[in-house]
Every structure is written in C-alpha cells, then in structure tokens.
Design a protein around this ligand. Structure first.
Ligand SMILES: [Zn+2]
Length: 403
C-alpha cells in the first residue's frame, strides 16, 4: 500500500486530517478539557503557531485534533454510521442532522483564534452529524425522564406503596426507559460513584433560628432545636408532617433568610441557636455535585451523563416553594429521597447517613443542612439520653438578633 493511500485511510478512520507540523497551546482554548489534554500531551517546546504571547504548554495540532474529534465521537456520529435512514426520493435524512458549524455551536466549541477554529473546521472530514444512537434516549435523558415520571407517580398515583408497585405506563420492553421507581437506587449508585458524601466534624457550628416577638425569650435546646413531634404539622422540604428534623445553616444570615420573610409592619427578632454535633456526622452533600463537565474533559467521560442528570435533579430538588399553610405535596418527592438516604442507604463502610447538605434556595451560593435529629436528640449539654445515646446535637450558644 502506498504511503499516501495509508494516510488517506487513517484520516478516514479517525475522521479528520491534520498537519503535524502545526503547534497549538493551552492558551488557544478556554475549554478546560482541551487545556488538560494539551498539558498532559505537551511534547515539545515549540512556540504556538497562533498565540503571540508565550507561556502556554504546547502540543502538535494533530494530537489535539485526535482528542477533540475522539471526544465529539463519544456523543455524535455520522448519520449513515449511526444507521439513520435516508429518503432517496425527497433527498434527506430521516432524523435530526446538523452540519459541523451547527455542531460547534451546539456543544459550545470555539478556539480562542478564529484562524484556529477555521482550521479545525476544515480538518474535520464529516459535515453531517447526528446524536450517537439517535433512535434512543441518551443516558442522561433516560435518568431525567425517569425522575420526572417518578415525581408524577408518587405525587398522583402511589405514594406509600410505590416501592412494590410498577407504574402502569412503564413499558419494560423499551430499551431506553427506566422503571421510575428504580431512580432511587440509581441515585444511590451515583452518590457512591461521585463520592458525594462528606464528614461534618463535631466542632462545626450550625445555626438555627426561630422568629419570635421582641419580648419573648428562648434559650433552651428544646425550644431552639428540632420542633417537638406534635408541632410538626406542616410538610417541609425533606420531612413530612409528623416527622421532626433539624433544619439549619452554616451562617446566621442564611438561617434567617431560610426562615423569615421581611415584614416591616411587625416588629420581630430572630433567636439564633448555635449547635454543634456531638460526633462527626456522615452527610449526603448535594453541593458536591460537579458542574456539567465539558465533552472534552476525559476525566469525566464516564460520568458526564450522570452529572448532567444530577444538575437537573438538583434544580428540582432545591426549587423555591412558597411558604404558606397549604399541604405542600410538591415536597413529597424530596421527602422520599431524604427518607431513602436516611433509612435505605448504608455506605460501603457501614456508616448510615445523618443528614443532607443542599444549596440554599433563599441565599445563593450558600448551603443549608437537614440533620435527621428530632427534638429529643438536641440537648444543651452532651448527655446520654434515656440510655440510648441517641443525642446528635448540643446547643452551645444563643444570640438574639433584631430584624
Ligand atoms: Zn496558542
């Protein structure tokens, strides 16, 4: 076989042709995945052919292209290779097909130099792209629709026996549909895989406030800790009526914002109880869910779909729901997830989950926490409570704050 023919065949197989004498650098791209690749592939000390300023690590253009096109092929394909039908009469693909520029826009791909973006475009063999496995939902779509169906199922069809019920409209013969009830086990798998657990040390301060009239004094753990069961008359984000849990924050400002809707007509104060756990707590930490990684970030290739789903799930999980006296059924799915992690999820080392950290919906970029502790489990001193040693939190300080 001639060298030219071999090169042509190679180019065909990898989906691009590239000049290996050209050099690109980490500064040529904003995409973290491509930067990381160039850092690890950096093989020469040549100057970048596109950037005037030096300082970036460099690799040859051909290696960068192999990574870029290889990453794109994880999620995109040529319609013919993906088995898409073609209507010869009408002259068109029977499915969603886009050209390479549209693909770049779709995945947000652009180099920092127009000449380089053009060169990459010209180096790509195909100008027609469809989503890989275009006849099926992608893995993240399967999970997202699984969660949506699960929410509908437990809100409107089977709230208490859903574990043993198969949704009527679930077709188990579909290849790209999950049994919605299985979403909880999928969540548990993702939590383990992405290591979303965190340890809350026993010296960590947790703030919990109660809004009261100016002349009212509160200073006991019984008053400032989780509400007594008989007072749990309203549904909350993680706990249904009748089940007491400790809701707190890591700063007093967030604790107040989570609890108080400003009202100038009524003079009130916030009484803030500062608590500490009496032992290290194992928490599911939803603030550790990574942002959706770039298609080009090889470190996350295997978990990208899970992270896309978890980001969608988190928005739903933490969405703001108005506080009023209605029986909020919107909280039912989050209450189920919380109860699942409390009672059905045991870490590989045998530890149980003591609570959940989640982004505050009232104070952006700050977190809130729910700890699975009822009123009896919050005390002023560290005590052995009723011989069960079930105390979880101790009250260490009380502050009054004028609102
Ligand atoms: Zn450069």
């Amino acid at each position: 076989m001639s060298i030219t023919k071999r090169i042509l065949e190679e180019n065909e197989a990898r989906g691009f042709s590239a000049d290996d004498s050209i050099t690109v650098c980490t500064n040529c791209f904003d995409d973290i995945g491509i930067k990381k690749f160039i850092e690890t592939a950096a093989s020469n000390n040549d100057n970048c052919d596109f950037c005037a300023d030096l300082g970036g690590l460099t690799c040859n253009f051909e290696a960068a292209m192999e990574h870029i096109i290889g990453s794109i092929h994880r999620e995109w394909s040529h319609p013919e290779q993906d088995g898409m039908s073609y209507n010869t009469k009408e002259g068109g693909w029977l499915g969603g097909v886009i050209d390479t520029w549209e693909l770049f826009a779709e995945i947000g791909f652009e180099a920092n130099h127009p000449d380089l973006t053009d060169l990459i475009y010209e180096s790509v063999n195909d100008d027609q792209w469809c989503r890989r496995n275009h006849r099926s939902q992608s893995d993240d779509e399967i999970l997202i629709s699984g969660w949506i169906t699960f929410v509908d199922f437990v809100l409107h069809k089977a709230r208490y026996t859903f574990f043993k019920t198969i949704p009527q409209n679930y077709d188990m013969n579909q290849h790209d549909e999950m049994n919605p009830v299985a979403i909880l086990n999928s969540l548990a798998d993702m939590v383990e895989r992405l290591n979303l657990m965190t340890l809350l040390k026993s010296d960590q301060k947790i703030f919990r406030v109660r809004i009261v009239d100016i002349d009212r004094n509160l200073n006991s753990a019984e008053e400032l800790g989780s509400p007594p069961t008989e007072n749990c008359t309203l549904a909350n984000r993680m706990s249904p009526a009748g089940i007491s849990m400790f809701y707190g924050s890591f700063e007093v400002e967030t604790a107040i914002k989570e609890t108080y809707i400003p009202d100038k007509t009524k003079k009130k104060k916030a009484v803030c109880g500062i608590f500490q756990p009496i032992r290290d707590l194992t928490l599911l930490d939803l603030t550790k869910i990574p942002k959706v990684p770039s298609l080009f970030n090889a470190e996350f290739h295997e978990v990208r779909h899970a992270i896309i789903f978890l980001n969608d799930f988190l928005q739903d999980f933490t969405k703001s729901i108005s506080r009023d006296d209605r029986a909020h059924i919107e909280y039912v799915p989050t209450q189920i997830v919380s109860e699942f992690f409390r009672n059905c999820f045991i870490k590989k080392n045998g530890e149980h989950v003591d609570g959940i950290v989640y982004p505050s919906s009232k104070n952006v970029a700050h977190s809130s926490i729910v700890i699975f502790a009822n009123n009896d489990q919050c005390r002023k001193e560290q005590t052995i409570w009723r011989n069960t040693n079930s105390q979880i939190l101790q009250l260490v300080k009380v502050n009054d704050i004028e609102l």
